[in-house]
Design a protein around this ligand. Structure first.
Ligand code: NAD
Length: 424
């Protein structure tokens, strides 16, 4: 049967990539044709105009999106990205991956994602607040603690979540912390949420290195992206005794084979905003970082950075996908044919973020708060379970690890839809 959804909305390279991954997984598990398209395509997409007053008095209209991929197993859940290259197709792909991720790790959520086409660095703090509040205002009709819950992603942070939570709370007339996760602790944020994604990435790297019989204290790590996820991964890897030899941001990368002083780099970025001219490491390009000889390569920035051109040149033993969708379909084939690189697929690797977001939402609904030890212990329990399930699926069907993770995630979503009937 030909696809029943053919639309300009799907005209995006990242979306096509997510669809090819889905098709491969669906073929591998013989997913019935009747359930394929409605498991694959997003349930709902909303595009909005976001007029704000700039500091110079002009009115500027930005464009924003929210895509809810699946609402079959609970509210949808997903971050909001502020980036100049956001498209509705990219947001749809990210929402799709959220569905497989939540399903894989056993959370009662479908996937969603949001975004605004904006470079947040070009906004003043007041303009950023106006835009964040306006986005929430325009999306209120499709958001809610039992409908769709937002979170931070690239270009957004705790402060943006605080403004969004405040806008929603003012609208409904009472404080509603469960509308977004990744909030400041003072507004019902969870202990451990800020570092959760990176802590989870590093924990899984530790587990896979142990499986590969590589002592973590002898591991070298190169990380692309030094924002929330990249920097917290770096901190946690150093905590495990590994050596972080390269980190990068959108301005370029820095490299020191003897190891980068991560607390110093963090302090530098906090003050200067970028890694440019960071002392104690030599400047290299983001492309060079990806091809460095290292034990672990961690893409923690944007999609499609590992591609057919550089995949043959990777010199890592383990590729840990902290970012969503960092590896193209073509690069997947190269990596599989090479056979010398282990891969932790994104839907498993960065799931620590949404797992602790789930804990935050639970704490908000119950108005009962946990300490950090409880959060991290519960996070590791879920990650252990998900890793074991993925590795068992890989062995049982002789799949690669991405296919193992995706088939688990996708089959549970498809089964839920099938059991409920045609509407969800
Ligand atoms: P962030 O905005 O905090 O950091 C992004 C980093 O990437 C910054 O250092 C930025 O300078 C860098 N960057 C941007 N463009 C780049 C480029 N072209 N080359 C190299 N570096 C570039 O975002 P984040 O929250 O750390 O998200 C990073 C990735 O992790 C994204 O793929 C996101 O979807 C994924 N992720 C985030 C979370 C979360 O909890 N924040 C959870 C799961 C997955």
């Amino acid at each position: 049967m030909a696809n029943s959804v053919v639309s300009e909305l799907n005209n995006s390279e990242v979306f096509r990539m997510a669809c090819r991954q889905f098709d491969q997984a669906a073929d591998a598990i013989n997913l019935p044709e009747a359930i394929r398209d409605r498991t694959k395509y997003p349930r709902r997409r909303q595009a909005v105009s976001l007029p704000i007053r700039r500091d110079d008095g002009r009115i500027h209209v930005f464009e924003g999106y929210r895509v809810q991929h699946s609402l079959s197993t609970g509210p949808s859940k997903g971050g909001i990205r502020f980036h100049e290259s956001v498209t509705i197709g990219e947001v749809a792909a990210l929402a799709m991956w959220m569905s497989w991720k939540c399903s894989l790790v056993g959370l009662p959520y479908g996937g969603a994602k949001g975004g605004i086409v904006v470079n947040p660095r070009t906004l003043s703090l007041r303009e950023l607040e106006s835009l964040s509040r306006r986005y929430m205002q325009e999306m209120i009709n499709i958001l809610g603690p039992q409908v769709d819950i937002a979170a931070p992603d690239v270009g957004t942070n705790e402060q943006v979540m605080a403004w969004m939570m405040d806008t929603y709370s003012n609208h409904v007339g009472h404080v509603e912390p469960a509308i977004v996760t990744g909030k400041p602790l003072s507004l019902g944020g969870s202990q451990g949420r800020r570092e959760a994604t990176g802590v989870g990435v590093a924990y899984l790297i530790k587990k896979y290195l142990a499986d590969m019989k590589i002592p973590i204290t002898q591991a070298t790590v190169a990380i692309q992206g030094f924002g929330n996820v990249g920097s917290e991964t770096a901190v946690a890897m150093v905590g495990y005794g590994a050596k972080v030899i390269a980190v990068s941001d959108y301005t370029g990368a820095v490299y020191n084979p003897a190891g980068i002083d991560i607390p110093k780099a963090l302090a530098y970025v906090q003050y200067n905003k970028v890694l440019t001219d960071f002392e104690g490491a030599e400047p290299i390009t983001n492309e060079q970082l990806l091809e460095l000889p290292c034990t672990v390569l961690v893409p923690a920035a944007l999609e499609r950075v590992v591609n057919a051109d550089n995949a043959p040149k990777l010199k890592c033993r383990l590729l840990a996908e902290a970012a969503n969708g960092p590896t193209t379909n073509e690069a997947d084939k190269v990596i599989e044919a090479r056979g010398d690189i282990e891969l932790i697929p994104d839907v498993l690797c960065n799931s620590g973020g949404v797992i602790v977001s789930y804990f935050e939402w639970l704490q908000n609904l119950q108005q009962y708060y946990w300490d950090r030890d409880e959060v991290i212990t519960k996070l590791f329990t879920i990650l252990d379970r998900a890793k074991a399930a993925v590795d068992a699926q890989k062995e049982k069907f002789q799949f690669n690890r991405r296919l193992a993770a995706l088939t688990l995630g996708i089959s549970r979503v498809a089964e839920a839809k099938q059991k409920r009937g045609l509407f969800p």
